[in-house]
Design a protein around this ligand. Structure first.
Ligand code: PLP
Length: 404
């Protein structure tokens, strides 16, 4: 049984009040709250284990290294990667995408070569490629989004040509909630001999991901969006791709031997992990993945999908409501505007009612342009949200709408 009241007890912050009202936290696509077990594992490591990893012969260093590498194994299991060599710790999705753009771009792209992204990408998956564009003169091709917020798959297939080198798309839109057909995208790309990077920032918190079943070549996600700490994330990459990429940064950890004449690099995954890693955050991330795995991602998904449908039904009753994103496969994110009420006004007034939503362009300005809006209000759901909170949201929006 999925007992949301019991689950909420694991998240002390949910008991907080803001402006004297119970907090209704619906900004989960930006970051989620952390269960006690994550924070406690991290403080325990700082209090009892802390030592730099990998190079130490002493007891604490070895223990810290064991925890860090055990965390890598937890991530491997979570993604069903073949080996821990394919699991690279980064600072988050943004860094993971930048790493692929920089290293794949360095090794495999030259002037005139093309990357395919989509119109619903987060800026992280646009600007990383634009930096490469500025350095190497690559081209960025864009899969359009239709009025319902789904990718135009017919157009996608037409974007391939002899210059296409990589496809980089989001698994779930952080604005529309659309779940993209990434398995199909990988199939099409592979039929053209082109690898695929999937931005999993908004999928990993909500449903189970199996990188072998998807057959994607790279997969990125952020710890803080999946109940782990900030400052840590993951890049999964197939070993045969990672082996052929140059390192991202130079420094300690990522080397074999160094001399002024010739330096060799470490084996995977350390080749991509220069400098002291956030080994305490990796422990926190592992506890977070244990937490969601223990609840069961299928149970989480069914709870959140139920909430999302319930929210959409409630929102549609409000006059002047415009919902952006009506995809058939819709995850736990709802973006909307009401009449001519500015998204910032709506967000600010909801905040006064204790309801935390996000407003603005959600780091997806091209998508805003596609829908002819400057920004939206976004409510996004997590495993701990309740129907009562959705009721509070809907009543809050109706109240703000009346004020206007
Ligand atoms: N990609 C998507 C789809 C996102 O929603 C986000 C964050 O909102 C990111 C990438 C960037 O994640 P981070 O800031 O954790 O690197």
């Amino acid at each position: 049984m999925y007992d949301v009241d019991e689950i909420r007890k694991d998240f002390p912050i949910l008991g907080r009040k803001v402006y004297g009202r119970p907090l209704v936290y619906l900004d989960n696509a930006a970051t989620v709250q952390k269960p006690r077990s994550v924070v406690e594992a991290m403080s325990d490591e700082y209090y009892n284990v802390n030592a730099n990893v990998h190079r130490g012969v002493h007891f604490l260093s070895q223990q810290a290294t064991e925890l860090h590498e055990a965390a890598r194994e937890t991530v491997r299991r979570f993604l069903n990667a073949r080996s821990t060599a394919e699991v690279i710790f980064t600072r988050g999705t943004t860094e993971s995408i930048n790493l692929v753009a920089a290293c794949f771009g360095e090794a495999f792209m030259r002037e005139g070569d093309e990357v395919i992204v989509s119109e619903m990408e987060h800026h992280a998956n646009i600007v990383s490629w634009q930096l490469l564009q500025a350095r190497k003169g690559i081209k960025i091709r864009v899969i359009p989004v239709d009025g319902r917020g789904e990718l135009r798959m017919d157009e996608f297939e037409r974007l391939f040509n002899e210059h296409t080198r990589i496809v980089s798309v989001t698994h779930v839109s952080n604005v529309l909630g659309t779940v993209n057909p990434v398995r199909r995208i990988v199939e099409v790309a592979h039929a053209h001999g082109v690898p695929v990077l999937i931005d999993g920032a908004q999928s990993t918190p909500h449903f189970s991901v199996d990188v072998q079943a998807l057959d994607c070549d790279f997969f990125a996600f952020s710890g803080h969006k999946v109940y782990g700490p900030t400052g840590i994330g993951v890049l999964y990459g197939k070993e045969n791709w990672l082996d052929r990429l140059p390192p991202y940064m130079g420094g300690g950890e990522m080397i074999g031997h160094v001399s002024f004449e010739h330096t060799t690099f470490a084996e995977l995954p350390l080749k991509f992990e220069a400098g002291t890693p956030d080994y305490v955050a990796s422990t926190g991330l592992a506890r977070a993945l244990d937490y969601v795995s223990h609840l069961g991602l299928d149970a989480i998904q069914s709870h959140e999908r139920g909430l999302t449908r319930y929210a959409l039904d409630g929102l549609r009753q409000i006059s002047g409501m415009r919902i952006l994103g009506e995809a058939d496969d819709h995850d736990a994110v709802v973006s909307f505007l009401v009449g001519h009420i500015h998204h910032l006004d709506m967000g600010t007034l909801l905040d006064r009612l204790g309801i935390a939503v996000r407003t603005g362009h959600h780091c997806a300005e091209p998508l805003m342009r596609r829908f002819g809006v400057e920004g939206t209000v976004r409510a996004s759901f997590a495993l701990y949200n309740t129907r009562q909170e959705v009721d509070t949201l809907v009543a809050g929006i109706a109240r703000v709408a009346q004020m206007f």
